[in-house]
Design a protein around this ligand. Structure first.
Ligand code: TXA
Ligand code: MG
Length: 322
């Protein structure tokens, strides 16, 4: 495995070639780092599952360079999905659409739908474009972490987590800290109205504004075998507890106006909801690096991105409150 820091155009072309040759390339996006493979290469996508230790029946998102590539993967795309794509792509939004025959079971986890996203990050976009120049059709990429753990927002986090599981021809592209810090909004567009399956930076209000349709927020665990929808996901090794009651030696994460409880170790003091999203996963990882056994987290209030943060914290803590 090799790391390219602030990759040059030439290195991005090498990475596209590595994908085409069936290798894995971890790359930055504006949300979190992804672990990419050629979405048309079953063997290459299989390597993602092995590196992540992820069950085979979990679908992966296919990353494309623009909405023009949607027809390569999806059929019967509703008009509201087209409008969402024009409004928010490139951006932190994944659309779930009815799959075509190219979107095989090893991409969709056997479901009749496929997840597609145009990431808004220079390296990621350049990589999807270079890959398409080599006749690539899309890059399958889940978050670049081991199954169940916290998504990486830096290349160092990817390296620490996956080093042992990547091959000598695999690559990591390093472009620093991810701008947003929580995973994309996932919007099911296979129904009459859009349904948010995973909240993110593209909020319910933003979806309603563009589609003029009622939007529901729902995580149906019975129907969707989506890892992000399982409890106890997005979790560090330390026990995450929601609340203020941190004691001596516990980690503590809260907005900056909330004082640090006596004896606890402050892991992040974000000044805004945006900063909270950007710092959260790094702060949880730092808690593990310090060997803490418990991290107390005070959730942000309000709507928008705060909903996404609370969603991830609910999963990281499995709902444990003090
Ligand atoms: O921000 C993101 O979305 C990042 C970056 C790398 O793009 N990716 C990401 O991928 O978070 P992953 O695999 O860690 O989470 C994607 C979620 C999973 O919960 C997966 O099950 C769900 O999307 N998903 C993918 N395809 C789906 C489908 N056809 N139907 C329902 N859920 C799907
Ligand atoms: Mg993930």
């Amino acid at each position: 495995m090799q790391v390219f820091s602030n990759p040059t155009q030439n290195e991005i072309e090498m990475a596209a070639k590595a994908l085409k040759d069936g290798n894995l390339v971890a790359f930055p996006t504006e949300t979190v780092y992804g672990l990419g493979a050629d979405a048309t290469n079953e063997k290459a996508v299989g390597k993602i599952y092995v590196a992540k230790g992820r069950p085979r029946n979990h679908p992966v998102i296919v990353h494309i360079s623009s909405a023009k590539q949607l027809d390569n993967w999806a059929v019967e795309i509703p008009e509201y999905a087209i409008r969402l794509g024009s409004a928010y792509w490139p951006g932190p939004m994944t659309l779930i659409l009815k799959r075509n025959s190219r979107a095989s079971d090893y991409i969709t986890g056997g479901q009749e739908s496929v997840g597609l996203r145009v990431p808004n990050q220079q390296v990621a976009l350049a990589l999807t474009r270079e890959f398409e120049k080599l006749n690539g059709l899309g890059i399958a990429a889940p978050s670049a972490n081991r199954f169940g753990s916290v998504s990486p927002t830096t290349a160092q986090a990817v390296e620490e987590e996956l080093r042992k599981f990547l091959g000598s021809e695999d690559l990591i592209l390093d472009a620093g800290l991810c701008e947003i810090g929580v995973e994309s909004s996932i919007i099911d567009c296979t129904q009459f109205n859009p349904v948010v399956l995973r909240p993110g930076a593209i909020t319910k209000e933003m979806i309603e504004q563009i589609t003029n349709l009622p939007v529901s927020l729902k995580a149906d665990k019975s129907e969707l075998r989506a890892p992000g929808l399982l409890d106890n996901h997005y979790a560090p090794k330390a026990k995450v507890i929601l609340g203020l009651a941190a004691k001596q030696g516990d980690g503590f994460i809260a907005l900056d106006q909330i004082p640090t409880p006596d004896g606890s170790i402050r892991l992040a003091s974000p000044a805004s909801i945006e900063e909270y999203a950007k710092d959260l996963y790094q702060a949880l990882r730092m808690g593990d690096q310090l060997g803490l056994s418990q991290i107390y987290v005070v959730e942000p209030k309000g709507i928008g991105l705060a909903i996404a943060i609370r969603d991830r914290l609910a999963k990281a803590s499995s709902g444990k409150r003090d």
